[in-house]
Ligand binder design. Structure first.
Ligand code: PMP
Length: 404
């Protein structure tokens, strides 16, 4: 038994982290990490999370009973309002179906499983993913028998959105195709459509009757403003685009390991919503029985307490603000101090935690080998890995790598 199991390759990001950890060079830099770090390269427990944890632990009635199959009701209701907006027609008309999931990954999985079983597939089960996308998307859809296809997204020549390629695929795809869209702060490129481009995307999606699978892992992280980062999702809901949204609180609440997330499906009627919810419950039951309680309780406290909510907004601004400041400083160093060949506007135009620097795999390898700066071979860096102490070292070595 198991003699013929093929050996799987290690996950590339986890492999990079292991190499970084094993490196003893004092000035080493980890730009692979997909988690926020403070200016001392340390994980940051949000002050509002510390406060909410204290409140939770002081509650004498706190127990460890099972949550309902679809999760903590206070959490799912508040999470739906956070992403859809409290005056969303989907919420006002009681047709948003919200299920608590194992963070964003679990939301993607449950959404994929639900589509695989219940979407009215006209042909083969397929989903269009952006090229490139979060690598796990491919695995998640394959796991439930949905074949991933890709739509053009990032243009290496312009280091920006390939908008005409993107819209071209929306137009040429069979009607009622399923498209996965990153709601904000696209991973891995940091390149988002503008509001005007989102409107054009919605027009084509509506004309072709496509289904939108929104993945929203970075609400608040992109701009520092929770509402602004939810704009595309809310616009599509307003336009009655058939859709679902995967929501993660890993990044914006710094609750990575607590696995707090939700899947929101928005059917056209309350009757359909009731039926969708019943089937999601059946699926969830067979997969995890019921979701974990601790992180959901923390987020529910934050979302429903006005002081805590305001404090959370400030914490989000702290994180987003530091990342934006690093983008500006890196841009300044490359353009004004080192006069690095090439254009670098994309560093400040891109949004969220990640940036596609535009460097090639050889240059990325040179940064690892010569400067102990760890990044993906695609040239993707996590801006959260930069801080006031290492940004100059990074810019200097990026400059050297670009000059060859
Ligand atoms: N979607 C995207 C696009 C992501 O970048 C991530 C986090 N890397 C996730 C989903 C899910 O993350 P988590 O399961 O930690 O919420």
């Amino acid at each position: 038994t198991w003699q013929d199991v093929p050996l799987a390759p290690p996950d590339s990001i986890f492999k990079l982290t292991a190499a970084y950890k094993a490196d003893t060079y004092p000035q080493k830099v980890n730009l692979g990490v997909g988690a926020y770090r403070d200016d001392d390269s340390k994980p940051w427990v949000l002050p509002v999370i510390k406060k909410a944890t204290k409140i939770l632990l002081n509650d004498p009635d706190l127990d460890h009973e099972y949550l309902p199959i679809t999760g903590l009701p206070e959490f799912t209701a508040a999470a739906a309002k956070l992403i859809l907006g409290s005056d969303s027609p989907a919420i006002v008309e009681s047709r948003a179906v919200s299920v608590q999931t194992i963070s964003g990954t679990g939301a993607n999985h449950l959404g994929a499983l639900f589509l695989s079983k219940f979407y009215h597939w006209d042909g083969p089960k397929q989903i269009y993913l952006s090229d490139p996308t979060w690598a796990n998307h491919h695995a998640i859809f394959k796991n439930v028998g949905i074949e991933p296809l890709t739509y053009p997204y990032y243009d290496p020549k312009t280091i920006a959105l390939d908008f005409s390629g993107f819209v071209g695929t929306l137009e040429s795809a069979a009607p009622r195709s399923v498209f996965l869209l990153h709601a904000c702060a696209h991973n891995p490129t940091g390149v988002d459509p503008t509001p005007d481009q989102w409107k054009q995307i919605a027009d084509v999606v509506i004309a072709k009757n496509h289904y939108v699978f929104f993945d929203c892992a970075y609400q608040g992280f992109a701009s520092g403003d929770l509402n602004k980062d939810a704009w595309a999702v809310r616009y599509f809901v307003e336009k009655n685009v058939p859709l679902l949204v995967c929501q993660s609180f890993a990044k914006n609440a710094g609750l990575y390991g607590e696995r707090v997330g939700a899947l929101h499906v928005v059917p056209p009627t309350k009757d359909a919503a009731d039926r969708v919810k019943s089937q999601l419950s059946v699926l969830q039951r067979s997969e995890i029985s019921n979701p974990p309680s601790h992180g959901a309780r923390l987020v529910a406290l934050i979302l429903t307490g006005s002081d805590l909510f305001e404090e959370w907004n400030r914490d989000i601004k702290t994180m987003a603000g530091r990342i934006i400041a690093m983008r500006k400083e890196l841009y300044r160093l490359l353009t004004e101090e080192f006069h690095t060949p090439g254009t670098w506007e994309h560093i400040i135009n891109q949004i969220g935690m990640f940036s596609y620097t535009g460097i090639n795999p050889d240059q990325a390898k040179a940064l690892i080998d010569k400067a102990h700066i760890y990044l993906l071979s695609s040239g993707r860096i996590s801006m959260a890995g930069l801080n006031s102490k290492n940004v100059r070292y990074f810019a200097e070595n990026l400059d050297k790598a670009v000059r060859g």
